[in-house]
Every structure is written in C-alpha cells, then in structure tokens.
Design a protein around this ligand. Structure first.
Ligand SMILES: Cc1ncc(COP(=O)(O)O)c(C=O)c1O
Length: 931
C-alpha cells in the first residue's frame, strides 16, 4: 500500500517508513485524498497566477502531488481516467488556467460528493457540457429525473491493462434511463488492488471478478500482506492468481454487505458449487451477455435498497383513506383544521399524520405477529446485522433486554451479570424471578467509573458454581459491549472460555451503544454477531478440533479445583458447545433510527426450543400500538448501514481519532483537558499488546489488528472520556457550561469527566466547535489564574486535587441478605432478588433512615444489617449501587455520602434510605425455611 495509504496521512506523514501504514493514516485515507486535491487546487491556482520565474517550481510541486494521487485515483470512479488524462494533458501543455479550472472542479466535487449527483462534475469540457456528457458522465445524472443513487462497481479484470477502457465502456453503454441506480465501473487487475479498492473506495457496492486475475499489486505493501495473510491461501502468490472464491471471502470479511459476482469461462457449475462459493452472489459464464451481469448488479443493490415497511408506509400515506378507528391524529384532520394546534401540523408536516394508523391492514403488517413487510424488513435486518433473526422493538433497548430476560430465564435460574449493566437487566431479572450472580467490573476509581467485566472473575464464578453442583442452573451471562465509556470486550474469547465450562450457556450482549461496530472491519470481530460467526466457523474446523484435543490432553476434564484453569485460555468441546447468542442494540443510539428504535439480533442454534417463550415475552413487553414511524426508521437505518455504513463508520472513527489528537496535542487545551487514552482507560493486564493510543507513533494497522484480536479489552475510539478535573470542573458542572455557553450537548458525566461521543452524524465542523470551546475555556482559566493571584491559584489547586485525587472508592456488590439466599454458606452470591423487591411493596416491611443519621453508622458497626429495599441508581454513573435484598456496607454508605449528583433513582434524601426492616427479614427467613 506504499503509495495510496502511506502518503494519505491526514497530516501528510511524509518521511514515515514506506512500508508501514499507521492506524490513523488508514482511517484518514479518504479524508487525506480530499485534502490532497484541495492542496492541488491551491497550487494550480498559484500556478495560474504566478509569473514565469515562480512557475517552474510550482509546476514541479503540482506534478509531484498528481503523482502521489494517481495510484489512489486508479481505485476510484471519480474523477476517472478521462478527467485524469485531461489533467495530464493540461499539465503537459502548461495550460495553467485550464488546469486550475479542472482541478477546482474535481476538488470541489470530491469535497461535497457532488459527483454522485451532478453532471457538471464529470464533464471534461466546460463550454460544451452536453456534448461531452454522453462520453463521460453517467447518463442518468443531471437529466432532470429525481435523484438516482450512485455507486461504483469494482471489476477485477483478467486482461491486459490496455483492455480496461473497453471493459469500462461495455458497462457504461448498458445504462438505461429506467435503471433505478447509476454506477461507474472501476477496473483493477489484481487480488491486492481489489482489496485496496474495497478498503479505500467507499462508493464500491459490487464486485465483478473475472477469473484469471493476478495476485500482487504494484501498490501493496508487506503490511497489507500481513493483514491479509490469515485469510489468503498460502499458495495464492505462487499460483500467480487466486480463486474468486477466496477473493470473495476476503472482501466480504472486510465489507460483508458487498455483492460479489464472478465471471468465468471454465467450469461454471463447479465454481458455483465450490466450498467457498457461499460469499458469491452469482456466477456468470464469460461469453454471456454483459446485460445479464448489469441487471444482476442492479437487482442486488435493489435488494439492499428496498425498505419494505417504509416503502409501503409511503404508499399507504398517499391513499385517500377513511379512518374509523382510534387515533385521531391519523390523516391529521383534527390538527390541520384546529383553531389552536395547527402549528403542530405545520411543525411536523403532513406526512407524519398521513403515515399514522392504528390499523394493521393496508399492508401495514403487525409488529406482534409479522407476516408481511415487517417480517421481510426484519429478515433484511438479520442479514445486515449478521444474525439468524432480528426483531424490531419500538420501546428502546430497555425493552429489548427485558424481552430477552423473560424469554430465556425461569424462576430459580442463575444469571451471571456485570453489576454495572443497564438497569433494564436488573428489572428483567426481577420479572423473570431469576437469581442474579453479580460480578464486579474492574474499577477505574480515578475517573469514578467502572471499566468492564474481565474474563477471569466470570470463569471463577462458573467454576465455583460447578464446585457447588449448581452449574446446571447457570443459564445466561449478561455483559455490556461496549460499555457507556467504550470498553469493548473480547467477545470471542469470553464466549469460548465460558463454553468450555458450561457448553450451553446463553450470552446476552447488550450492544445498545455498539450497533454501528458491525460496519467496521476493525470492530466487527468484537461484536456479538461477529464473534458468533467466528465461533461457528471455528467449531467446524478440524484445526480447532485438534487444538481442543491438545488442551484436553493437558488438563483433562474441567475440574474446578484445578488452579491452572483460571490462567489459561480454555477451549470448549466443539461437539458439545452450543452457540446461543443474543444481542440487543439501540439502533437509535448509533444509527439513523428514531428515538426508541431498537433491535434484538439472535444467533441461537437452539432458538426453536425457546421460540414460544420468546413470543410470549415479546407480547408481554410490546405495545399493541407500536409507533409506525419507529418501525419505518428501523427499516431505513438498515438500508443506510447496508449501503453506506462502512463509509459513515470509517469517517466517524477517523474523526474521533482526530478529536483525541487535537485535544491531547494542543499546547494550551492539554494543560486542563485530556482525552483519556486506551492505556489510561484499560489496565495494562488487559492489554497484552501494550496498545497505548490510536495515533501513537509505531502503531501500524497490523499491530492494531493484533491488539484487536488478542487483547482482553479494547477502547472504542468514538467514545472519548474527556477529563475535566484538571480544569477544576466536575463532570456535571462542565456539562452545564458546555450546554449553556457553547451549545454543546453531552450525555454522560463522571466526577471528573464528561463523555464525548462521536457518531455517524458528526462532522469536522463539530470537532472545530468543540476544540474552540475547550480553547476558549482554557484561555479563560489561564486569565483567571493570572489575574487572581495566589489565593485564586491555591483555591484552584485545592479544587483540582479534590476532583482528581480525593475520589471515592467505588463500592463493589456486597451480598444478598441471608434471608434471600438458598444457602447462605455458598461462596457464590446469587440471591432471590424478586422476593426482596416484592417485600418492599408492603410498607410494614420497610424502614427509612436518613443518610447522615448516626443510626446508620451504629448499625454498620453493631447490626442488625442494613438491607436495601430498592434499586438505588445514581445518575451518573447509572448502575445500581444497591439492589433489593442487598446488604448495605460501609463502602456503599461512604460512596453515597460523597456522591454529589442530583439524580439518584430509588433514593429520596428527605425520607432517607429505604430499607427492609429486621422483623420482616426474620419473618421471611422463617417462612422460607418452612417451605
Ligand atoms: C448499556 C445500555 N443498555 C441499554 C440501554 C437502554 O437503551 P434504550 O435507551 O434504547 O432503552 C442503555 C441506555 O442508556 C444502556 O446504556
């Protein structure tokens, strides 16, 4: 990748080794290409304006820049060979004025992406656009029809380079006015160039591989080969070419949404039936009509483009419907004719009301029993998100989680759960009557937050359950991935190690924040569905069977008394392990769904056994009046990510890396603010690779890919913990300042940080807005300290110390009171939380003691134990520091007393802590023992 990527660093990155691409350069490649065109624009403008003496030097600079751009341009449809040839001619002819105009047009068009819609961008003749249009621009652009989506088709050609222009023309000539989409062919000649184009060209949606293409690219570097090597057959280079099957596999591993077609003139049937042909959409015989290929390409795009529910809703809205059911807003007549609320109609527009209905007729289908277009939309979503099935949920992931808990758990089951999980899980467990076995995540005390749940304590808990003969009751493990603050688990390893101890354990991965990760080849392996697919492949691979057998020979059957088990990476028996994975995902949090749009994605090989229970749970929690617009937005969000998810997510990650770098490298801002690095957010023991930071020198893609594969935790770059304690602000205060003085909204805070989230909606202007605000604030702190004298500086230092150093310890989960334990002597801490929860319904069972009342301290010293009647959930951090039935410890009280947040769910400061009183507890215990 020597040329396109090495030279594509956002900051130029010249002088770097020619064979190493660093991670930030990889992510910035597309942005850097545009930057380079803008530099070229500046230079060509200067050239046009310069006198003869200066022009030689500038011309040389222009030539050098064009030469840098050329390899990357070969992988892109726009500006394409003709405009590039024109540019070369103008350069050769020293026609500086014409050259400047051409470059300006290309640069502006790339910056705004207008070449996707605008005929002018493609024309190589400004004065005679219409004549040239037929030769150059996609003919359906700019002819007055409503916009047709534009994409590019990668053709991996077997023939000589000289034949490529004809190949391109063949496909261009096939375009028809009634095609629904318009595409531009991009031709490359090798396996490696195909990979480069797929990585760097966001417009590519389809690949046509003509069998017989070569392997090596003249641009590819050893690093690219290093990344690809696990996926490419070892003898591919020797064979001089590679099979289309393995190219399809590699490209779809990078971008699973791509459509892959093969053209061959050998044995079509054999290729179509080959082992690795599952990644190939269609195989064509070489001499067949190219029109068939063209239609197949368009048809495959249509498959992703169609949004069955939304498409039908639009049709429904356009029909002259008379409604005689509840829902007066449907059709909007009560609003548009109203004397008093007409502004509601004006604000939301007519379509919102025309598209409302409480009926499931007219093709609107039923979310509760989908058989029509909701079902099709859900099937498409399953494909997009990588599961076997997907369910739409219109009341947020809070509801998705409760559905999963209720579907899979029965009273008495044990659920291993990170205590830090979102409250919906804890409520779900109460509803299901299961017993939570809380396990604590590793604390990041310095930032007053928890990290994530490491594998070792999970294994410890499973092994202890086994030792006590309770493993059969352990049904499910619930983990958050990624956490609010961006801790991403090693999902694959977690599942492997747990399945080694409990082969049928179900996994619920709460990926409320992480849905978008599916569309990044970097992060996909760390998602629930990405890892489930890997496990599936692994369990049918003879090489894995051998690895398993080797480990078995070493350790024998799983024996909880074997201390070695905790420190080794356990492998499950592929013949016994079941893949039972559930993912809940707030599509509205990371993709373009309306608020509350959530999905459940399932890869459970035993789903048929739980399907009926799942349906009941779905009925329990789903409104019989689900919001149609949320369902439609889930359908549309799916369309978007299947067609442009890769581009959007790459850009978001790139932007996040830039934001981090700008903050931490800014001489003034970094005195007071810091974007916490992966090394600061993840303890060293979970970073085997010693990964420090995304932009750190020396961190190549290959090394980062290794960290992503092997480290126990990785930090999601888009979730930036912005430390503000050194500026003397606590999180809530700083959030308030950003909102009131700078119109910047932040969601989560901790004692000394706020969380800046970058998503597919953010732009470089947003980054500039944030950086400007931080710079302004830093300047005002400097001024205040300079003007305020010693007293001000001392007060500031004391405030910083209290925020940064005097942080309260985070209270771990203590235990359930013995009254709620089947066996109080057990070393595992699960308990009957539901019994405690309902006990609190009876006021006679409860007592209140104010937080600062000395009776609390007295009882902590001498008993009787304080037992929480409630979930007590401070915001932030948002996880329960007490659950019903939990014994309250001195650590919890100390934390509560230090907590300076205003919102604590389940706690009323005026009434005090709500506790279960000792008499009620004694009565409950007596009853339980008689049962
Ligand atoms: C980890 C986690 N899971 C679930 C949820 C609930 O998601 P929703 O807001 O979609 O109901 C949240 C909300 O913040 C969350 O942080």
């Amino acid at each position: 990748m020597t040329k396109p990527a090495d030279k594509a660093g956002a900051n130029g990155a010249k002088g770097q080794s020619a064979t190493r691409i660093e991670l930030n350069q990889f992510f910035s490649a597309a942005e850097a290409r545009v930057d380079r065109w803008r530099s070229l624009h500046r230079l060509t403008k200067a050239l046009a304006a310069s006198d003869a003496s200066a022009s030689e030097r500038v011309r040389n600079d222009v030539k050098a820049l064009v030469d840098e751009l050329r390899p990357l341009e070969e992988l892109n449809g726009y500006p394409g060979p003709q405009l590039m040839a024109q540019l070369d001619q103008q350069l050769e002819a020293a026609d500086a004025q014409a050259l400047a105009r051409t470059v300006q047009r290309i640069s502006a068009s790339l910056l705004s992406n207008s070449y996707r819609d605008d005929a002018h961008a493609w024309s190589d003749d400004e004065d005679n656009e219409s004549r040239m249009a037929d030769a150059i621009l996609p003919p359906t652009l700019g002819r007055g029809q409503s916009r047709r989506p534009y994409f590019e088709v990668l053709i991996v050609a077997a023939g000589e380079r000289a034949t490529w222009p004809e190949l391109r023309e063949t496909f261009r000539k096939l375009r028809r006015d009634d095609d629904a989409f318009v595409y531009e062919p991009v031709v490359v000649g090798s396996f490696e160039d195909a990979v480069l184009a797929t990585l760097f060209n966001y417009n590519i949606q389809s690949v046509i591989a003509v069998e017989g293409f070569g392997f090596a690219s003249k641009h590819a570097s050893p690093v690219l080969r290093e990344i690809l090597s696990p996926h490419v057959p070892a003898d591919a280079v020797d064979r001089g070419g590679d099979t289309s099957g393995s190219l399809a596999r590699v490209l779809r591993m990078l971008r699973p949404e791509l459509d892959f077609f093969v053209v061959t003139d050998t044995d079509v049937a054999k290729l179509a039936g080959a082992e690795d042909s599952s990644s190939i959409r269609r195989v064509f015989y070489g001499v067949e009509e190219p029109m068939e290929i063209h239609l197949a390409v368009l048809d495959a795009i249509k498959d992703r483009y169609e949004t069955p529910y939304f498409d039908n809703l639009k049709k429904y809205a356009a029909r002259p419907m008379g409604t005689f059911h509840a829902l007066p807003v449907a059709r909007g007549k009560s609003i548009f004719k109203s004397n008093w609320i007409r502004d509601m109609g004006e604000f939301y527009g007519t379509n919102l009301f025309l598209a409302e209905s409480s009926a499931t007729t007219g093709g609107l289908d039923s979310l509760l029993e989908p058989t029509g277009n909701i079902k099709v939309a859900q099937d498409k979503a399953a494909r997009a998100y990588g599961g076997d099935r997907t369910f739409f949920v219109t009341n947020g992931t809070s509801t998705s989680n409760k559905i999963i808990h209720q579907a899979l758990l029965t009273p008495g089951d044990i659920v291993l759960i990170d205590r830090d999980c979102h409250k919906s899980h804890h409520y779900g467990i109460v509803l299901a009557g299961a017993q939570p076995l809380y396990i604590d995540a590793y604390p990041l005390t310095q930032y007053s937050m928890y990290g994530s749940l490491a594998i070792k304590p999970i294994k410890q808990a499973l092994l202890q359950l086994k030792a006590e003969g309770k493993l059969d009751r352990a049904k499910m493990l619930v983990l958050t991935n990624c956490t609010f603050d961006g801790h991403v688990a090693n999902v694959e390893r977690t599942m492997l190690e747990c399945l080694a101890i409990k082969p049928d354990l179900v996994f619920l991965w709460d990926e409320a924040w992480f849905g978008y990760a599916r569309f990044s080849p970097f992060l996909r392996g760390r998602t629930a569905m990405g890892a489930a697919a890997k496990l599936k492949a692994m369990f049918s691979d003879p090489a894995y069977q051998q690895r398993y057998e080797k480990q078995q020979a070493e350790i024998g059957a799983i024996d909880p008394r074997n201390p070695k088990l905790l420190d080794m990476e356990l492998l499950p028996d592929p013949k016994k392990a079941r893949i039972r994975v559930y993912e809940s995902d707030s599509v509205h949090k990371s993709m373009s769904a309306l608020r509350q749009g959530s999905i459940i994605v399932v890869a459970d090989q035993d789903f048929p056994k739980v399907e009926a229970a799942f349906k009941e749970a779905f009925f329990t929690h789903t409104s019989t009046s689900p919001n149609l617009q949320i369902i439609a937005s889930l359908d549309l969000a799916r369309r978007q990510v299947e067609l442009e998810g890769y581009e959007l997510v790459q850009r978001a990650i790139q932007l996040a890396i830039e934001v981090r770098r700008e903050i931490n490298n800014h001489p003034l801002i970094s005195k007071y603010f810091r974007a916490a690095t992966p090394a600061e957010m993840i303890p060293a023991e979970y970073r085997r690779s010693e990964f420090q930071d995304y932009g750190a020198p020396g961190w190549t893609i290959a090394k980062t890919a290794k960290a992503l594969r092997e480290d126990e935790f990785f930090l999601d770059p888009t979730r930036i913990t912005l430390l503000c304690g050194n500026a003397g602000y606590d999180g809530s205060q700083f959030k308030g300042i950003l909102a009131s003085d700078y119109d910047i909204q932040i969601n989560k805070t901790s004692r000394n940080s706020v969380l800046v989230q970058i998503n597919i909606n953010n732009t470089r202007s947003d980054m500039a807005h944030l950086i400007k605000a931080l710079a302004d604030l830093s300047r005002s702190i400097e001024k205040r300290l300079a003007d305020g004298g010693d007293a001000e500086r001392q007060a500031f230092a004391a405030r910083v110390k209290s925020l940064v150093e005097d942080v309260p310890d985070l209270p771990n989960f203590s235990r359930f009171h013995d009254a709620f334990r089947d066996d109080p002597k057990s070393k595992t801490s699960e308990g009957h939380m539901r019994a405690a929860y309902y006990m609190a319904y009876d006021a006679a069972s409860c007592e209140y003691i104010k937080l600062n009342d000395s009776r609390i301290d007295e009882r902590l010293r001498n008993g009787p134990e304080l037992v929480s009647a409630k979930f007590v959930i401070p915001y932030p951090p948002g996880f329960p520091i007490m659950v019903p039935g939990q014994v309250v410890t001195a650590e919890t009280i100390a934390f509560m007393r230090k907590l300076d947040v205003k919102e604590i769910h389940g706690f009323n400061a005026n009434k005090g802590l709500e506790l279960l009183n000792p008499d009620a507890l004694a009565g409950h215990r007596a009853q339980s023992s008689q049962r």
